[in-house]
Design a protein around this ligand. Structure first.
Ligand code: PBG
Length: 323
């Protein structure tokens, strides 16, 4: 026998020495939800361990993530009132802009605010509707452009473009540049699939959506199409591209990593989180090891940035787990 691959697995020290993929706290982004009008955090039934935050508990969660060494904070907000055009999204004193200000006061880490209308529209779609009830791409771009400027003004370092409208990166980049926000970076949800794994998130933001997002999010069967979306977003000015969901789309993460030279992010979404939590609560698997393995697999596939609801917890435990 000339090759004995097991030789490098004989001790923990050797295994650590030859390990290829590493996750560190600074690679992780912590998504947080804030709900207008709450005085106490409110647990999200379908996401055990995750809550909608009040102002005070959001501030505490941002501080905790920062102290744990997490690399970034991603914010989603749930407004009290919704309407057809999602006007709360462009209100400078709206809940998301306010959450950015609160978070800004608590952290020096990059804040990533979500630019999308779905939390703010009465119909729950990511864009505004035309008279025939379809999502109107180009009118939605105007809304995203205004929303982006409001969130950049509030102090967001990065904007997450999650709406999957054609031309959204260029529209937002142009609006930011025209308003002097040259340094506000764009994280494009370049390859975002129409996924059932977002189920618990819809609960988390009390989504009003009746129907689905298949006319704008991607068909889960398509891989090459993701590369096209990514190429367009980079050409339009995306600074970072993201694949979402992550675990069910690791092949896409790997292909995107090979195709572009901007940073690649992946989002371990609500359903991917809740599956593990539910199975662990039922005693079916070892929670910590499965979380480790899941995040490591995303890094191995090629994502340098991982958005995960486990970010703070994982970062806190990291010194002891990294052996
Ligand atoms: C839309 C948005 C969604 C998620 C993040 N941004 C939901 C959707 O597209 O329906 C899902 C995140 C998750 O499931 O964790 N603004």
């Amino acid at each position: 026998m000339t090759e004995r691959p097991r030789r490098l697995r004989t001790s923990a020290g050797l295994r650590r020495l030859v390990r290829e993929a590493h996750v560190t706290p600074s690679d992780l982004v912590q998504p947080l939800f804030v709900r207008e009008g709450l005085v106490e955090p409110r647990p999200i039934a379908t996401m055990p361990g995750v809550s909608q935050h009040s102002e005070a508990s959001l501030r505490a969660a941002v501080r905790a993530a920062t102290e744990a060494g997490v690399g970034g904070i991603m914010l989603f907000a749930v407004p009290e009132v919704r309407d057809e055009d999602g006007s709360g999204a462009t209100d400078p004193l709206g809940i998301l802009a306010q959450a950015v200000r609160w978070a800004r006061e608590e952290t020096d880490r990059p804040i990533i605010a979500d630019v999308c209308l779905d939390e703010f529209t009465s119909h729950g779609h990511c864009g505004v509707l035309s008279a025939d009830g379809r999502v109107d791409n180009d009118r939605t771009l105007e809304r995203y452009a205004s929303m982006a400027v409001v969130l950049a003004d509030a102090g967001s370092d990065v904007l997450g473009l999650s709406g999957m409208m054609d031309g959204q990166v260029r529209a937002v980049r142009t609006a930011l540049d025209e308003s002097g926000h040259h340094d506000t970076a764009l994280l494009a949800y370049a390859a975002k699939y129409a996924s059932a794994f977002y189920g618990p998130f819809r609960d988390a933001v009390e989504s009003a959506l009746d129907g689905d997002r298949r006319t704008y999010q991607q068909d889960p069967a398509n891989g090459r199409e993701a590369l096209r979306e990514v190429r367009l977003d980079v050409a339009e000015g995306a600074d970072i591209v993201m694949v979402k969901p992550a675990l069910a789309y690791l092949d896409i993460v790997a292909r995107v990593r090979d195709a572009v030279d901007v940073p690649v992010a992946a989002y371990v979404v609500s359903g991917e989180y809740s599956m593990v939590e539910a199975a662990a609560a039922a005693g079916m698997l070892d929670r910590e090891r499965v979380i480790d393995e899941s995040l490591t697999s995303v890094a191995r596939a090629g994502a340098g940035i991982i958005a995960t609801y486990w970010a703070t917890e994982w970062a806190l435990a990291w010194p002891s787990r990294s052996s």
